[in-house]
Design a protein around this ligand. Sequence first.
Ligand code: ADP
Ligand code: MG
Length: 240
Amino acid sequence: MISMRNVDKHFGSLHVLRDINLEVPKGQVVIVVGPSGSGKSTLCRTINRLETIDSGEIAVDGVKLPEEGKALAKLRADVGMVFQQFNLFAHKTILDNVMLAPVKVRRVDKTAARARALELLDRVGIANQADKYPAQLSGGQQQRVAIARALAMSPKVMLFDEPTSALDPEMVSEVLEVMVGLAKDGMTMLVVTHEMGFARRAGNRVLFMADGQIVEDTEPESFFTAPKSDRARDFLGKIL
Ligand code: ADP
Ligand code: MG
């Protein structure tokens, strides 16, 4: 579903992604961990072309990432992304936030888009907040809206970049529960998170990144209990 071959990326003289090779099969849940600045966010952002790459190749569901234009817009719609900051439209209702892209980008009929949006809001447990504005919701609720909004485009892949890092602790689990549900439903997911309970419950695989490289690629249980590299041991010592 996601394929990265020999991907390299620099920011000026900084080599942020170094020869990344990654194949993610359909339905797999990949957890990405690593120290701050190791390239985790950049990796996510290259997959839906929020960042360009210097060399190599990225494909989603067998389609090579196009440079620009309509094909790129379509591919972006196939890759849902949820960020640390929820980025909801403040002046639009929750329902409108979820309906907007399907109507504007996918040209879905408004009645159908509304029905689907309500269904998704129900799935993330906030259908009763549909007519409110983002500021009236808690952080955990806003992040669940952001997930519903991404799902409204019927993406093939969902990328999550530290989706619970900006939340108050008591709101973390309500967001993780929604993500566990998605994983169980077979969504292909790449999740940057240090939530180990989630990684063990929902993850099929852990990538440990350091200095723009994938240093370990292993099963969650063996990564957390017996990391192979010194860098991973050092990292786990700091977050545990
Ligand atoms: P992580 O998500 O693992 O913390 P990032 O992918 O955000 O790491 O960043 C990797 C490195 O690239 C960091 O050193 C960061 O400062 C740098 N970086 C990220 N985005 C940019 C940018 N737009 N311009 C210049 N440097 C950047
Ligand atoms: Mg990051």
